[in-house]
Design a protein around this ligand. Structure first.
Ligand SMILES: [Zn+2]
Length: 426
């Protein structure tokens, strides 16, 4: 089906608001009843609704999840929810078709980054439409893709699909791809094994087959406090932290010099850096405590465990030195988040399918981590493809172009059409 452009302002104004009115009665003889403009109007309405839920990662996402659950229930679809330990957040997984048959997933994260300290021209949690764009926190990252997936469902439901279609929504992606790991365990426990997955992070609808992994680690250094005139009897936590930070920096320089390299990445090697530090209380007190946070962004062929091990080994050397003065001195590490890298074979069926549906033969890599890393690691082949531009994500006045939503709906409609013809991924 070709995509026709239309006047969205008019369409939005005419769009029904209540979700039960989104899908008007359609004659049963129509095999593919949804027109493109109706689907786009529904997508825009859904974006408005989704953006209005403040799903900043520190908040609960249950409002949004329950809205989607009820919305899908209204369409006759059952959903699975998998919760975090506190039951404040949930993933949602829905299946159109037989759950036990291997299907294709459209996957997006529900959480968004904070707006704290950002100068927005409009209310970030009230979608604002102007100049062919929809502004709002999460519009591009990635409620636009989620809205498009949901808006397409009626069309999928009116088609005879040869394999199931799944919708997967996750929590806490922005703080380290945490929810998706729970989702993966839940699917395995339920014996659901999807055949492939499109993760709809913004790529301007170009297929991305890889990204780096990201490990974020907190390090706490405990020294021994003393008056700053008595330096030899104290253990300066800031200075030991500084030596560890220098070790991390020199490892990063080594990686930059010696590789390994992957020229498809903008920064073609693994990097390590310290992003946060705090320590000490006064200039005339030798610091007892210092804490810093560093990250490793590893190439798919890199090994974060090995890098962390080297940092730990150096910490052991320092600890021995510190404990000559104070037995209580210590250095501790804590993993804050761990996102697996993604490296999908360019020859893999999911890569071919993505290119065919995107009508674009280019394959690329993205510099940000996504849920696709863990999904792929769990045996669900993934590529990343979604509407809009990552360059406007996480910033004030984040937006998605309506033309990008149209492209995304075209992609999803071609997927629907192909799914009526054959089993695309086995
Ligand atoms: Zn995202």
């Amino acid at each position: 089906m070709s995509l026709q452009r239309f006047d969205h302002t008019e369409c939005v104004a005419n769009a029904p608001v209540a979700s039960e009115r989104l899908y008007p009665f359609l004659p049963p003889n129509l095999k593919h009843p949804m027109t493109t403009s109706t689907t786009l109007a529904n997508t825009i309405e859904l974006i408005k609704t989704l953006v209005a839920f403040d799903t900043t990662s520190r908040e609960s996402n249950l409002g949004l999840i329950e809205f989607v659950r009820d919305h899908l229930k209204g369409l006759g679809l059952a959903t699975r929810l998998s919760y975090d330990a506190e039951k404040r957040k949930a993933n949602l997984f829905a299946t159109l078709g037989d759950q036990k048959t291997r299907g294709i997933v459209l996957c997006g994260h529900t959480d968004v980054v904070p707006v704290d300290g950002q100068a927005w021209d409009t209310d970030p949690f009230k979608a604002h439409i102007a100049d062919g764009r929809i502004y709002g926190r999460g519009a591009v990252d990635m409620k636009g893709f989620i809205a498009a997936s949901l808006a397409m469902l009626p069309a999928y439901m009116h088609s005879e699909l040869k394999q199931p279609l799944h919708i997967g929504l996750t929590y806490d992606e922005e703080v380290g791809c945490i929810g998706v790991q729970t989702l993966i365990r839940d699917l395995a426990a339920a014996n659901i094994h999807p055949a492939g997955c499109f993760v709809g992070e913004p790529t301007r609808m170009q297929v991305m087959t890889g990204h780096k992994g990201m490990r974020v680690t907190r390090c706490r250094v405990r020294g021994l406090e003393a008056h700053s005139s008595m330096v030899p009897e104290a253990v300066n936590a800031i200075e030991y932290a500084g030596r560890l930070i220098e070790k991390i920096r020199s490892m990063s320089v080594q990686l930059q010099t010696n590789g390994p390299f992957d020229p498809l990445f903008q920064t073609p090697h693994t990097t390590m850096q310290t992003g946060v530090i705090k320590g000490g209380t006064a200039p005339n007190i030798v610091a007892k405590d210092c804490e810093f946070i560093f990250d490793c962004r590893t190439l798919p062929q890199g090994n974060a465990d090995e890098l962390i091990k080297q940092v730990h080994e150096y910490a052991e050397v320092l600890k021995t030195e510190m404990r000559k003065i104070s037995a209580q001195a210590d250095i501790e590490f804590e993993t804050i988040s761990n996102s697996a890298p993604l490296s999908t074979d360019h020859e893999a069926p999911i890569s071919y399918l993505g290119k065919a549906l995107a009508r674009n033969n280019l394959l690329g890599r993205v510099s940000f981590a996504t849920d696709a890393g863990w999904l792929n690691h769990a045996g669900i082949p993934c590529v990343v493809i979604g509407p809009g531009d990552i360059a406007v994500a996480h910033k004030p006045n984040e937006f998605i172009e309506i033309s990008q939503l149209e492209e995304c709906l075209g992609f999803m409609d071609r997927l629907r059409e192909r799914m009526t013809q054959e089993v695309l991924l086995a």
